[in-house]
Design a protein around this ligand. Structure first.
Ligand code: PA5
Length: 442
């Protein structure tokens, strides 16, 4: 399913970079498979594609069907891991223009991922008079951004339909027993879906967190899960032929060689949010204890006309991973023009994908010549099973990479610092001393 081309690393890394990491990879692999490494209590995602709750999975499909029947808009409230995965999959499979398309599935509007008044007001205006439902997603049930957004949209939906009917349009995805959202959902009678205890936010796209919005957008979640399951089976086999091991070793070797930034480069506009999901996954998993590759992303060819200059010629502390989908969904031939004023007749009759392919090949070689190691990942097409495979692959490589770096890839202690300051400045009870100290510094 996934082809990994590491041949362009040969001028940057010693020949034995993979073999010399065998022991570390074996250990990392075992810790993931046996859930006994740092953060092992959050490795439920490793076996999830086979072990997922089949009863809940059917309930997700049922809820998605109901939403498609009674709503023209689904408002998805969540942030971080409770947001990015669903948006990544919906945009990649159904286009970044999904909401603009003529379709028989609801628009999906994401809120609670910022504190922007303008964005929130715009979402309310975009719903307008249309029928809508809400999926509020928060594992902890206490995250400020989605909690504030839910207050606002709860009052909106209750004003529209009345409290009782509104409750039938609100779906809460949260912890099975704990947290303010779970308490609220039980009190108000919302249908609830579970974020499993052993799966952290950024690894949760293949749970109800991602699956309910994804299924509502009409995506085949059976195919998504079966793709993830075949990745799980393939990557569970230890050894240097394992593409997960190979990619993790290459990233680690490049990091040890002084590279500090991994740029994920896509050639499809619909890939942009997949890269956002990937950035959160890797940024939160690896970036700790003063270590880790900084995950960045570009969208080619657009960014060849902006970031391309830096990549070719700037500080040499980066490498690229390029994602290539082999088969576009259709053909688009370049027409012949008898006048040929633009001089493009040498391309007449060629498919646009041929032009894109030469741009990709030429760019890889130019960047390698400019001192940027390039890794190429090729996938057959943008399909649900392929996307499931790619999700699992990136999660697995992330776990391996974190362990090779000797960090816990499943915690995120660093995200607490801003929260504490924000609570203090907002005047949350219990933060009085911190508030005074911060105010004096501002
Ligand atoms: O990966 C993570 O754990 C975080 O990004 C969370 O997903 C994010 O902070 C949202 O948390 P919650 O789902 O508890 O609202």
């Amino acid at each position: 399913m996934l082809q990994l081309d590491l041949s362009k690393l040969s001028s940057f890394l010693p020949d034995d970079y993979l073999v010399s990491r065998t022991q570390g990879l074996e250990l990392a692999h075992t810790m993931l498979q046996e859930s006994n490494g740092p953060g092992g209590e959050f490795t439920g995602w490793v076996k999830l594609p086979a072990n997922y709750d089949k009863v809940e999975f059917e309930r997700i499909k049922g809820a998605a069907k109901k939403i498609r029947t009674d709503s023209q808009v689904l408002v998805v409230i969540g942030i971080g891991g409770s947001y990015l995965g669903a948006r990544a999959v919906i945009e990649l499979l159904n286009s970044n223009n999904y909401n603009l398309k003529k379709k028989d599935t609801p628009d999906i509007l994401f809120v609670g991922n910022s504190l922007s008044t303008d964005a929130m007001l715009e979402t309310i205006a975009l719903i307008g008079n249309r029928d809508f439902s809400i999926n509020v997603i928060s594992k902890s049930g206490t995250t400020t951004e989605p909690a504030v957004a839910f207050r606002i949209f709860k009052s909106l939906i209750e004003a529209r339909y009345g409290k009782q009917a509104a409750a039938k349009r609100i779906y809460a995805t949260t912890d099975k027993a704990r947290g303010a959202l779970k308490t609220l959902a039980d009190t108000e009678g919302y249908e609830t879906f579970v974020v499993p205890d052993d799966i952290g936010g950024r690894y949760s796209v293949l749970t109800a967190v991602g699956l309910l919005p994804i299924a509502t957008a009409g995506i085949d979640i059976d195919a998504l899960m079966s793709g993830a399951q075949s990745a799980m089976d393939a990557l569970a086999v230890p050894g240097l032929k394992n593409v997960g091991w190979q990619y993790a070793a290459a990233r680690h070797a490049l990091y040890e060689d002084g590279k500090r930034i991994e740029i994920l480069a896509g050639y499809e506009p619909s890939f942009r949010f997949f890269a956002e999901w990937w950035k959160q996954l890797y940024g939160e998993s690896e970036g700790k204890q003063g270590k880790g590759l900084f995950p960045a992303s570009v969208e080619f060819t657009a960014d060849l006309h902006s970031m391309g200059q830096y990549i070719q010629d700037g500080h040499r502390n980066l490498f690229e991973t390029v994602i290539r989908f082999e088969q576009p969904s259709g053909k688009l031939l370049i027409p012949i023009d008898p006048d040929n004023v633009d001089g493009l007749n040498f391309l007449a009759g060629k498919d646009l994908s041929f032009v894109a392919e030469q741009a990709l090949r030429g760019t890889i070689l130019a960047h390698v010549d400019g001192g940027v190691p390039n890794i190429l990942i090729t996938l057959p097409a943008i399909r649900a099973d392929v996307v499931g495979w790619l999700i699992y692959f990136y999660e697995y490589v992330c776990g391996l990479s974190g362990y090779l770096l000797q960090v816990n890839p499943f915690d995120q202690p660093g995200v607490e610092a801003y929260k504490k300051n924000m609570f203090a400045l907002l005047g949350k009870p219990g933060y009085e001393d911190r508030k005074a100290e911060l105010e004096s510094r501002l």
